[in-house]
Design a protein around this ligand. Sequence first.
Ligand SMILES: Cc1cc2nc3c(=O)[nH]c(=O)nc-3n(C[C@H](O)[C@H](O)[C@H](O)COP(=O)(O)OP(=O)(O)OC[C@H]3O[C@@H](n4cnc5c(N)ncnc54)[C@H](O)[C@@H]3O)c2cc1C
Length: 444
Amino acid sequence: MTGSNASLAPNDSFWMEAIDSRHLEPPLQGKHEADVVLVGGGYTSLVAAYFLKKLRPEIEVALLEAHYIGFGSSGRNAGIVIQELHTDRVNDLGSKKVRFTYDQAVGAVDLIEQIADEAGFDCELERVDNFDMAFYPAHLRRIEKEWAECREQGVELERLGREEIQASIHSPRFMGALLTPQAAVLHPGKYVAGLKKAVKQVAVRLFEQTPVTAVREGAEVEVVTPEGRLRARHVVLGLNAYNQASRLGVVRDRAVSLFSFIILTEPLSNDLWKEVGWSGRQCYSDLRRVSNYVRVTGNRILFGGRVLYHFGLSSPSGVEKIYGRLHRELLDTFPCLEGVSISHRWCGPVAISWRKTPLIGRAGKNRNIHYALGYSGLGVCLGTLGGRVLADLVLGEDRRWDDLVYLEDRMLPLPPEPFRFLGFQGSYFGMRLMDALERWSGLM
Ligand SMILES: Cc1cc2nc3c(=O)[nH]c(=O)nc-3n(C[C@H](O)[C@H](O)[C@H](O)COP(=O)(O)OP(=O)(O)OC[C@H]3O[C@@H](n4cnc5c(N)ncnc54)[C@H](O)[C@@H]3O)c2cc1C
């Protein structure tokens, strides 16, 4: 499996204030050996490396990152920690697996808290309410359905009407919401920088500026980098959306990489906060198929959304239009923000799998290439969980995860290019059309 590291879109996020991209660990040079080598310096690999050393301090663990820890999506997301109850999978997988998976995802917040406590870092983790926001009457019907389906699985959510949701956040667009109480928000940069500190404390060998250009299979795997090689019994690929661009060839046909975009307002005055009426630190996403995800940080509003399919993950062109549209949506949602400047804007890749659920497993003839990817925009929670699960898979402790939906290996591969791109464009326009129909039907 060989690959190359083309110039990828840089991390311009607001969170870079907490990420050190200058004082880096030296790159891998010469020949090395370890028990486990992890590729990628984001939540998945860092959490896996941390638990590998916590569970088996005697093993040698090395982690290789192409740029710097936090370069990828882990250093540029919105920091919203939410989970999904996969009620659509109950019929084929059964309630037990679906519920077990949900409970483990909910537990990811505890995992983050545990690592932060043990390693002594603060990533501004706050447990908050999350709203699935209804914009149209069709969304209210979807809320009823989802509420009932969750209830059947023993998960109690709360339905809020227009007045109740307006008491939490004011917007002319909000008609109601489904409240999920077990969400959290955090500072993504502080979380990934904290994880770097945590793995160094447990003596993981870290190499930055070290792109892996090939993974050679065998009873011992060899990873090749521009200036060195490392042999190990196991390799863990924590590349998520970068998996496709890395061209290492492992499970490359299981998830498609798309760009997502974020804008951040300048700090709002107290008067403006009163107008927006945000009563706490809650986060939300709306129920359109092409939706926005929104939270507050400090006294700013972070507003994310839009997607773009861009081959190779280099800096996408035509982004002015996308940021412009995102800004218009922000103003449609909060008209009182007219005239407020956008201080930061950035983008990064997310990996979407066929079923929009992550895939965690083993590949290669020797089953010693471990991977987790396809978090479909929920990788703060699921990348943390994914890393924890991968640590157990490497150590052969699979039994504990038998009921995890994400371990199933029956996923259909995505079609090759250009059919994958055409398929995405088709379904994207289909989703926008459905959103428009739901909007019009609400106006009639
Ligand atoms: C704009 C945006 C908003 C998001 N918002 C949220 C949110 O609010 N909540 C949520 O749950 N999720 C969100 N996500 C998704 C979430 O950030 C990701 O799912 C998660 O960070 C994935 O973590 P990871 O460790 O698997 O991958 P990454 O953090 O992407 O790490 C992969 C690393 O691999 C490195 N790499 C690539 N190729 C090689 C190579 N050949 N050799 C060595 N290293 C290599 C990259 O440099 C990168 O650092 C968002 C994503 C984006 C882009």
